[in-house]
Design a protein around this ligand. Sequence first.
Ligand code: ADP
Ligand code: MG
Length: 271
Amino acid sequence: MNALVEAVNLHKHFHGVDVLKGIDMTVAEGEVVCLLGPSGSGKTTFLRCINQLEIFDGGRLYVDGELLGLRESGTALHRLPDKQIARQRRQIGMVFQRFNLFPHKTALQNVIEGPVQVGGVSKKQAVSEARELLERVGLSERADHYPAQLSGGQQQRVAIARALAMKPKLMLFDEPTSALDPELVGEVLAVMRELAADGMTMVVVTHEIAFARDVADRVVFMDGGVVVESGPPAEVIRNPQHERTKTFLSRIIAEQEQHAAAAADLAKPVE
Ligand SMILES: Nc1ncnc2c1ncn2[C@@H]1O[C@H](COP(=O)(O)OP(=O)(O)O)[C@@H](O)[C@H]1O
Ligand SMILES: [Mg+2]
């Protein structure tokens, strides 16, 4: 299968501190990869390098066979002009933990912004596509609402529609449900499940183990700026090989069971 993302010995440091210490990872076209790992392990930095919100310091990163951010001539590397970088970035949609919608624009206006401003799409066409996308994320009725009039789960679904409006080849999700109240997590995960079923290539940073188990083709566990292990979810989640993975998973699973128990407790009728 065609590799849509290929990271080769990717390095990134901040102020002399190595945050990514040689990441090798391939994501095939149509594949859903869930990235797990404790806080500070470099997951966000890795996604931000793919989306060129950060400039990596070493190694190579390819999307659809194209080297990101750089042009190689002989042994020399040159930074691509901004216009080329903008073109590369348009192929990639990113969904953040905090939805980052424009607060003064309605759901529909948020979704058409990219296609109209940078995609060269006519307003009429952008609006018609945006309505379809809002329907796809279950929000046709909310097209004219402002972010402040929407729940967190609805705002995140608008953010997904907004990313899809640019017709990306690849979608990156950085803990898309971790800022949400527990009762709103499911509606966002449901949209992501559908997207995966439709064949979108996705890299998802998440602590939702059930989602990773059910939806991911592959789970990658990162810690301390390296990939510790990766494999099919049934293997990595049920039978982790490394001590660090075992410790992380048992902590996360215990936390999620506690949350589930607390929610069930709240749902009990008062005697
Ligand atoms: N812009 C930045 N400047 C300095 N340090 C940063 C910056 N972004 C991230 N870091 C550091 O890099 C490490 C990895 O961060 P991050 O990629 O956000 O991890 P994760 O998403 O796995 O929690 C952390 O130690 C973090 O403090
Ligand atoms: Mg992070």
